[in-house]
Write a protein that binds this ligand. Structure first.
Ligand code: MG
Length: 384
């Protein structure tokens, strides 16, 4: 890619989207923003369109189209509405890198469209790989597209693998912060409120991933994501709780050597690496001070208090469309927990019921994936 890299950000008003724009803001000479999109946050979308002089702006909720297009009239930005427009625009030859920063299953269709157009996709939307890993990786290979990980753990694994020199990977050590309830007894966790679960000790993220982090479903999803991205079996992925979130993950080789990637927890670092790969950029983050850190701690995850991790591992081992059902049930369960409709372990109960009731498709087509998602969402709502 000569000249400026031309970027599309799907989900530009969320946590990853705003941090991606912050990296770009610091390097306007290297990047230009061609496309941004949001579900409903038109105030922020409007100001991003103006600041970055973005050509194409997509509001997914079409009820807001009129308002946004009148606000941006008189600028160079063209406004579009709906996910279909997004899927069309993302294929443009004016785009080099697509940042997939949408939340949940809604990111799947635009991600597939970008891959079909052979784009480099900087993927933060792990749910697309959880729900449709086989379809997504197959589409990537067929169209010579590339997925670069943005999730901090997977960016870390990717960086460690650059040192592999063709040697086989023995194991991945996927680190987990343990979330806000790491040291809480089970009874106290059972009574936890959404507000308590939303207080993540280390990472500043959106609500969905923060709740997933508290239940450790996030780590289960990341295990599945790692298997698809790096062609691993689930047995090769060891999850280790590391409360400081300084080591972002590790790769172990045949001789027992372990390579770790470290940094202060700040998503701008993996985002910057994906945008500028293989170059490294300054991103305005805090740097590590080992002497003041003093010590790093590690412990095994507790399956009694955090059963969702095992649930995800089992779903991936069963394979087919079962991880898709897992993801759909989790989306409904997290929303219900945030709304105070179910308790913390109600999330696990709901997912278990939905998975055991799902009809199995061993090699799901795109149609199977979308119908599994819809059916499971409906079933989960009924069960609540
Ligand atoms: Mg992560």
């Amino acid at each position: 890619m000569g000249g400026k890299r031309r970027i599309a950000i799907l989900g530009s008003t969320g946590s990853i989207g705003t941090q991606a724009l912050d990296v770009i803001r610091q390097h306007r000479d290297l990047f230009e923003v061609q496309l941004i999109s949001a579900n409903t946050s038109i105030d922020l979308l409007e100001s991003q369109a103006r600041e970055f002089d973005v050509n194409n702006v997509v509001i997914c909720d079409d009820k807001l189209y009129g308002e946004l297009s009148s606000r941006l009239s008189g600028t160079d930005s063209k406004v579009f509405a709906g996910t279909d427009s997004l899927c069309e625009l993302v294929r443009s030859s004016e785009i080099d890198i697509v940042v997939g920063a949408m939340v949940g299953f809604s990111g799947l269709r635009p991600t597939l469209a970008a891959l079909e157009a052979g784009k480099v996709v900087a993927l933060a939307n792990k749910e697309t790989l959880v729900a449709a890993g086989s379809l997504v990786t197959k589409t990537m290979r067929e169209h010579n597209a590339v997925i670069l990980p943005v999730d901090s753990e997977h960016s870390a694994i990717f960086q460690c693998l650059l040192a592999a020199q063709g040697n086989e990977v023995k194991k991945i050590h996927l680190t987990a912060s343990g979330g806000p309830f790491r040291s809480w007894p089970k009874e106290k966790i059972a009574a936890a409120t959404a507000a308590q679960a939303l207080k993540h000790p280390n990472w500043d993220m959106g609500a969905k991933v923060t709740i997933d982090s508290a239940t450790m479903m996030n780590k289960g999803f990341e295990l599945i994501e790692a298997c698809w991205l790096f062609d691993l079996t689930p047995e090769m992925v060891n999850v280790v709780v590391h409360p400081e979130s300084i080591i972002h993950s590790m790769v172990e080789f045949e001789d027992g050597a372990v390579i770790a990637q470290m940094g202060c927890p700040d998503m701008r670092e993996p985002i910057g690496f994906a945008l500028s790969f293989p170059a490294r950029l300054s991103v305005g983050n805090k740097k590590l001070d080992f002497a003041s850190l003093g010590a790093l701690h590690f412990e095994a995850p507790d399956p009694e208090r955090f059963p969702n991790l095992q649930l995800a591992r089992e779903a991936f081992t069963r394979g087919g469309n079962i991880p898709c059902a897992l993801n759909a049930a989790n989306e409904v369960a997290v929303r219900a927990f945030l709304a105070g409709r179910i308790g913390f372990y109600g999330i696990t109960d709901l997912i278990e019921k939905c998975i055991s009731g799902a009809s199995f498709a061993a090699d799901p087509s795109a149609g199977d994936i979308f119908s599994t998602h819809e059916d499971t969402m409906r079933r989960a709502e009924e069960l609540i």
